[in-house]
Design a protein around this ligand. Structure first.
Ligand SMILES: Cc1cc2nc3c(=O)[nH]c(=O)nc-3n(C[C@H](O)[C@H](O)[C@H](O)COP(=O)(O)OP(=O)(O)OC[C@H]3O[C@@H](n4cnc5c(N)ncnc54)[C@H](O)[C@@H]3O)c2cc1C
Length: 471
C-alpha cells in the first residue's frame, strides 16, 4: 500500500531535512537482509534524532494507518527488519549514552547505540556490560533488546532480557512510556518492559534502556578441549560448572566438521591440536583480584581439565598463554559460520533443548537428516552451556543447491519435531521475524498464540508496528 504524500510531508516536517531520505541508494541497504532471503520496500527511511521525533513520526503513522518498521543495525537473521511497505524507522541517530552510574552499576543508552560502543562506555567506567555477539560492531542496543539477543556469555549473565532494568518506549499510538528506572527492586504492578523485550518491534519502538553493569573481571582463562563425544562435552561442562561456578563465563561446542570448515576456509585460523578429534569445547573462565586471583583461576582451569582427562572425557587440551592465543581460540568458533558457505547451500536451525539432552538431540537429529538426504553434512556448533545449538546442514558435496533448498520444509519438520518432543525451542536466539512465523503457530500452544494476539491487538489495534512479523 502506498503512503499518502501528505503523511510523508508531515513526517518530513517532524524530523527536519536530516531526519529522512528517499534516495534509492541510501534506502537500498534498509530493504535487504544479510541472508538474501527477502527484499523489502518502503516509502522512505526516517532517521529521528530524539525520542520526541520518534513519537511524532509514530503518531503520524498511527493516524494514517501507515506501517512503521524499526531498524537497528539490520544484522537480524530472521527478516524481522525487512519492510513490506510503510516507512523504515532507522534508530542510528539516537545514539547517545545518556548516563553511566558506576555505583548503581547501570548505564542508560539510547536505542541506536552500537553494542560495541556500549561495551566500551562500560569499560571506561571500569565496569562490564556482558552482552557479546559476533555482530557487536554493528548491531544496536535497541535491536539487541527487541530480539532478546543471546551471545557467548548467556551462561553467566543471561540473555539481553536479564540485562535490562528500565525502558523508554514509544507506543504504537505515539505516546512515550518513560520506564527508565534503574531499580533492582520494584514490585509496582506488571513488569511491562518484558512485553517490549523480544517483541521484534511489533509492540512499540524502544528508544532507550537502563542496562545492568557488572564488576569487570581482571583475569580470563581461555581453553580448548578435544573431546571423544558429545556426551564427554556434557561431562566437562558439568565439572566446569561445579568447580568454577559463576567463574565459568562461556562454554561453546563444535564438531570436527566445524573445525575443518574454520581451518580450511577462513584465512588465519589454525587447529591447535596435532591430530583430529570428534568434538571440541571452548571454555572461558573469568576471575577477580590481584596476582593470587590469577593463580587461582589458572589452577581451577587446570584442575577441571586434568580431572576430565583422567575421566576420559577429554582427549587433549590447550590453555591460552596470552591474549593473542585466547583470541586465536575464539576465532576458530567465530569462523565456523563464516566458512560454511564454502560448502554450498545450507539449511539452518537455531534450537534449544535442556542442556542435559544436547547429545541425544544431536544423535537423533543427525540420524534423521542423514537418512532423509544422503550425503547431507551436519555442521553443529553453538552455546552448549545454554543448551543452544546451531544445527546447520550443508548440501551434499556436488549436489544441486536449488534441489537441496527445496527440501528445507521437510528437513525443518524433522528437526523441529525432535526439538518439540524434548520440550525445546525452534528459535533459541534469533527470534521469529518472517522466517519462523509458521513454526510459531505450529509449535506454540494455541492458548499462548491467542494470548500473544490479544496483547498485540490491545497495544496496536491498527497493526502499524512491524506488521506481518512474529504473528
Ligand atoms: C555475525 C552475526 C553473529 C550473530 N550472533 C548472534 C548471537 O550470538 N546471538 C544472538 O542472539 N544473535 C546473533 N546474531 C543476530 C543479530 O545480530 C541479533 O539479533 C541482534 O540483536 C540484532 O540487532 P540489530 O540492531 O542488528 O537489529 P535489527 O536486525 O535491525 O532488528 C532486529 C529486530 O528488532 C526490531 N528492532 C530493531 N531496533 C528496534 C527498536 N529500537 N525498537 C523496536 N524494535 C526494534 C526490528 O524491527 C527487527 O524486528 C548474529 C548476527 C550476525 C550477523
Amino acid at each position: 500500500m502506498s503512503v499518502p504524500e501528505q503523511v510523508l510531508d508531515d513526517i518530513r516536517a517532524a524530523v527536519g531535512p536530516k531526519g529522512w531520505t528517499a534516495d534509492p541508494d541510501a534506502v537500498a541497504p534498509h530493504l535487504a537482509e544479510r541472508r538474501g532471503l527477502w527484499r523489502g520496500e518502503c516509502a522512505m527511511v526516517v532517521n529521528p534524532a530524539t525520542t520526541d521525533e520518534v513519537a511524532r513520526v509514530v503518531g503520524i503513522c498511527n493516524q494514517a494507518g501507515v506501517a512503521v518498521v524499526p531498524q537497528g543495525g539490520n544484522t537480524g537473521l530472521v527478516g524481522g527488519g525487512v519492510p513490506q511497505g510503510g516507512v523504515v524507522l532507522s534508530m542510528k541517530r539516537l545514539n547517545r549514552v545518556r548516563d553511566v552510574d558506576p555505583v548503581n552499576f547501570t548505564l542508560t543508552a539510547e536505542a541506536g547505540c552500537v553494542l560495541a560502543d556500549v561495551q566500551r562506555a562500560a569499560d571506561a567506567a571500569e565496569r562490564l556490560f556482558p552482552l557479546s555477539l559476533g555482530a557487536e560492531g554493528s548491531c544496536q542496543i535497541g535491536g539487541n533488546l527487541s530480539t532478546n539477543a543471546g551471545g557467548v556469555q548467556v551462561l553467566r549473565y543471561g540473555n539481553a532480557r536479564e540485562l535490562v532494568l528500565g525502558l523508554e518506549v514509544v507506543l504504537p499510538d505515539g505516546r512515550v512510556w518513560d520506564g527508565l528506572r534503574g531499580l533492582r527492586k520494584d514490585n509496582t504492578g506488571y513488569h511491562l518492559k518484558h512485553l517490549f523485550i523480544g517483541a521484534e518491534g511489533t509492540l512499540g519502538v524502544i528508544t532507550a534502556a537502563v542496562l545492568k553493569l557488572f564488576p569487570r573481571p581482571t583475569w580470563r582463562e581461555t581453553a580448548m578441549a578435544a573431546l571423544p563425544s558429545a556426551e564427554a562435552a556434557l561431562k566437562l561442562f558439568e565439572r566446569a560448572q561445579n568447580e568454577a561456578a559463576d567463574g565459568l563465563t562461556a562454554f561453546e561446542f563444535l564438531s570436527r566438521r566445524c573445525m575443518e570448515i574454520a581451518t580450511a576456509h577462513v584465512p588465519g585460523v589454525a587447529d591447535p591440536f596435532k591430530s583430529p578429534h570428534p568434538y571440541y569445547a571452548l571454555m572461558e573462565l573469568s576471575g577477580f583480584g590481584g596476582a593470587d586471583g590469577r593463580r587461582q583461576l589458572r589452577r581451577t582451569a587446570e584442575a577441571i581439565l586434568a580431572a576430565a582427562l583422567d575421566q576420559g572425557a577429554v582427549e587433549d587440551a590447550v590453555i591460552a598463554e596470552s591474549a593473542a592465543q585466547a583470541k586465536a581460540l575464539w576465532r576458530i568458533r567465530e569462523a565456523v559460520p563464516e566458512g560454511q558457505p564454502a560448502l554450498g547451500a545450507s539449511i539452518k536451525h537455531d534450537v534449544a533443548v535442556p542442556v542435559s539432552m544436547v547429545p541425544e538431540f544431536l544423535a537423533r537429529a543427525s540420524a534423521a537428516v542423514e537418512s532423509a538426504i544422503t550425503g547431507v553434512r551436519v555442521v553443529a556448533f553453538g552455546h552448549l552451556g545454554d543448551g543452544n545449538l546451531h544445527f546447520n546442514l550443508s548440501q551434499p558435496a556436488g549436489a544441486d543447491e536449488k534441489a537441496f533448498m527445496a527440501e528445507r520444509e521437510r528437513i525443518n519438520r524433522l528437526v523441529h519435531d525432535i526439538v518439540a518432543g524434548m520440550n525445546g525451542s525452534f528459535s533459541a536466539e534469533h527470534g521469529i521475524g518472517l522466517l519462523k512465523r509458521d513454526e510459531l503457530t505450529r509449535y506454540k500452544p494455541a492458548a499462548e498464540v491467542a494470548l500473544m494476539r490479544t496483547l498485540k491487538n490491545a497495544l496496536d489495534p491498527k497493526n502499524i508496528m512491524n506488521p506481518g512479523k512474529v504473528l
